[in-house]
Design a protein around this ligand. Structure first.
Ligand code: BGC
Length: 727
């Protein structure tokens, strides 16, 4: 016979169904304890320790280390009335301690498999140290490179963004959230944060519902469909209603249309900021609006803690809404297995973090992320035994920049610089000389002389220029998109030395580098490649690795062209040499480098496009098949890109939209068949009545090596109108 006092409560019994455990636990909680679950704070202080003991904190962010997370977790589990574990969160965007390329670089791989792999490694490392929740992926579409946070996402395209969003969620969350190496994902920033006016962070967003649904929402939807357990509500005002108090996006779309069952956390004090937005007079009104709209957890705002008891007492907030939020949060905690295994094994963490396999994946990801923008006269690859190389520029021997923004616990000491990479990959006989030339920012040109001298003494000069790591990411917007400081002057000055130059860029956004694009024969876009930067770049320079990355965002000639993106509308007067068309007088109407652009050391031939059926009935899918052959003399990767255009519709449609892509590897002379399947749903859009349809008529198919380099075209015709039950 069990004694009544020894009976394990249902919520602590893992053999019970989760929902039953939640209801049991909820029934034991006071209103204060429930509200505690809705509160998240940053760091760990003696005040927070006390609050945890009182059951007033459900989550912390920015606490680090296996021993430390165990120590904090122990307070929640062993020193509180109910022993509810904390969920510990962190911005693990592109690696925990093994740092991979920034997400914009990872998007340049056009390879969801490597993205999934990096995310799962990041999760394994962070989870091993007790962090089971990442504030990632950042899936905001960004059409404006002035916005510094473009670095954190997959660029300008909703389809590429959706594929990447899914890969990240699958990678972070693994097969089961309860897996020791899994973290729960948090796609952010919901929603349209990237549409900030003028590319200025935190700024107002005013867009049509059509643009919201067709451009900004798809990656979130993909992340939710992939099973993301949480979502972060954004800072921005969206069409007059801030995203963190927006029932239309948080309820109608997220819950009712998509059936999202996880919980929503606000961005950092986004609930408190509703006062600045001017839709709340005080914190009470802010809390009421946010929670009622659907924000379940308050990140660092301390607003829910200070207001919710009173709001319930005053009858302005139902306890049921609080219960609902608590249920959602507890559910994730149960699914993560935190009740059964609140602690981690520090010894296991030591074995996992930065292990050999993870470092190798960092090299693989970095190589795949590099985009060869230009290579006139096949200046690249360099011979390994070239006599001499000048390595010049403020980023050539920099250990910080390659980590990029949001580099979590990345350690500059782990970074291989470009100079180190080149020295290690060049032959023993090659002389490698180095000159910094100038700083990333600032006005001093003192170092130019040395740079020119070094260049003159060598057969080739590698100029490593770009941005420092704090020039992109949050609150890091730029009004000019050129190379900062005197770097362009450095490039021009070294150019005068009449040595062949390879420009290597490290940066967190598309840059306007028109002068270089015109004068410098070879340009390599490396983004911020992570800890293996130097090796990856050197491998590309020497041809140990044949670059195959493609741009996930358009490069403008100048900031005056922004926003410039490939999937624009045609207008009534599409740009042409004719004066009375949509363009500027003083710059070309085409981009500097288009979306999807990226060269290789080999060449690919496209042929034999087959589309079937050509007449498409509602039950059909459209199969698109073609052949790609490597007609050069070395192995290489090609990203085959499929674009579609709906020629006539009830509303204007983009000139082309990416609907499929495949990164393939081909040996010299090898040919592969690439196949895409288009469902009618993929062709659908919101018509003039805001209904999701495919309209009958002609569709153009364009397959190519970039959004501009279209190699094969064809058509098919949709026979009947097809309507979908969702927007
Ligand atoms: C950022 C989020 C981030 C959060 C927590 C905020 O300032 O906007 O992206 O997840 O801080 O660090």
């Amino acid at each position: 016979m069990r004694e009544a006092g020894n009976v394990k409560p249902i919520y602590l019994d893992p053999s019970q169904p989760v929902d039953k455990r939640i209801e049991d636990l909820l029934s034991r909680m006071t209103l204060e304890e429930k509200i505690g679950q809705l509160c998240q704070y940053s760091g760990f202080t003696s005040e927070y320790e006390k609050m945890i003991m009182e059951g007033r904190i459900g989550s912390l962010l920015n606490v680090f280390g296996a021993e430390e997370t165990n120590r904090i977790q122990k307070i929640a589990v062993e020193k509180t009335r109910l022993g509810i574990p904390l969920i510990l969160g962190l911005d693990v965007l592109h690696g925990y301690k093994t740092i991979f390329p920034i997400p914009l670089g990872l998007a340049s791989t056009w390879d969801p498999d490597i993205v999934r792999k990096t995310a799962s490694i990041a999760a394994a490392e962070a989870a091993a140290e007790g962090i089971r929740w990442t504030f990632a992926p950042m899936v905001d579409i960004a059409r404006d490179p002035r916005w510094g946070r473009i670095a954190e996402g997959a660029g300008e395209d909703p389809y590429l963004g959706s594929v990447m969003a899914k890969a990240y969620v699958e990678g972070f969350q693994g097969r089961e959230l309860s897996d020791l190496s899994a973290m729960v994902a948090c796609p952010k920033h919901y929603v349209a944060y990237g549409g900030a006016e003028g590319g200025r962070d935190y700024n107002t967003v005013d867009i049509s519902e059509r643009t919201l649904r067709e451009v900004y929402l798809p990656p979130f939807k993909a992340a939710v469909e992939a099973g993301a357990g949480t979502i972060m509500s954004a800072f921005n005002d969206l069409n007059g209603i801030p995203a963190s108090a927006n029932p239309f996006t948080l309820k109608t779309i997220l819950r009712d249309e998509w059936g999202f069952e996880g919980f929503v956390v606000s961005d950092w004090n986004a609930i408190g900021e509703l006062i600045n937005h001017g839709i709340a007079g005080d914190i009470f009104e802010a809390a009421e609006k946010a929670l009622k709209a659907g924000v379940d957890m308050d990140m660092q705002g301390d607003v829910y803690r200070r207001t919710l008891i009173q709001l319930v007492k005053d009858g302005r907030m139902s306890e049921e809404r609080i219960n609902e939020a608590v249920r959602r949060i507890l559910k994730i905690k149960f699914k993560l297995g935190l009740f059964e295994r609140p602690y981690v094994d520090p010894e296991r963490a030591k074995r996992i973090v930065k292990c050999k396999e993870h470092i190798e994946a960092a090299l693989e990801a970095a190589r795949k992320s590099i985009v060869l923008l230009k290579n006139d006269g096949s200046l690249l690859p360099l011979r390994r035994d070239i006599e001499s190389i000048a390595v010049i520029g403020p980023l050539a021997d920099d250990r910080e920049a390659p980590l990029g923004p949001w580099s979590c616990l990345g350690d500059p000491r782990d970074v291989v610089t470009v100079l180190e990479g080149i020295k290690s990959r060049a032959s023993a006989e090659t002389r490698v000389l180095y000159a910094k030339g100038c700083d990333v920012d600032g006005e001093s040109i003192e170092g130019f002389k040395e740079a020119v001298e070094v260049a003159r003494r060598c057969k080739v000069a590698i100029l490593v220029v770009g941005e420092s790591r704090d020039m992109s990411g949050e609150a890091a917007c730029r009004a000019f998109l050129g190379l900062p400081g005197v770097q362009e002057e450095l490039v021009k000055t070294v150019y005068e030395a009449r040595v062949p130059i390879v420009e290597v860029l490290m940066n967190g956004r598309p840059l306007s580098i028109s002068w270089s694009a015109e004068h410098i024969p070879a340009i390599v876009e490396a983004w911020f490649p992570g800890i293996q930067a130097g090796y990856a770049i050197a491998d590309v320079l020497f041809g140990n690795y044949n670059p195959g990355g493609k741009l996930p965002a358009t490069f403008p000639h100048t900031v005056g062209q922004v926003p410039i993106y490939y999937n624009h509308k045609n207008t009534g007067r599409p740009p042409s040499p004719d004066r009375w068309t949509s363009k500027y007088l003083d710059i070309p109407y085409t981009p500097l480098f288009p979306f999807g652009h990226g060269l290789s050391y080999t060449r690919f031939e496209y042929s034999d496009l087959e589309i079937s059926p050509r007449e498409v009935e509602p039950k059909d899918v459209v199969k698109i098949k073609l052949k790609v052959k490597n007609i050069g003399d070395r192995e290489g990767d090609e990203v085959v890109q499929l674009y579609v255009n709906d020629v006539v519709a009830s509303v204007t449609r983009p000139v082309k939209e990416l609907k499929g892509f495949k990164r393939i590897t081909l040996k010299p002379g090898e040919e592969k068949t690439v196949e895409f399947v288009l469902t009618l749903e993929m062709l659908s859009f919101l018509n003039h009545e805001m209904r999701r349809v495919v309209e009958p008529g002609l569709f153009k198919v364009m397959v190519g090596s970039s959004s501009e380099d279209i190699r094969l075209t064809g058509t098919f015709t949709v026979k009947n109108l097809v309507e979908f039950p969702w927007k």
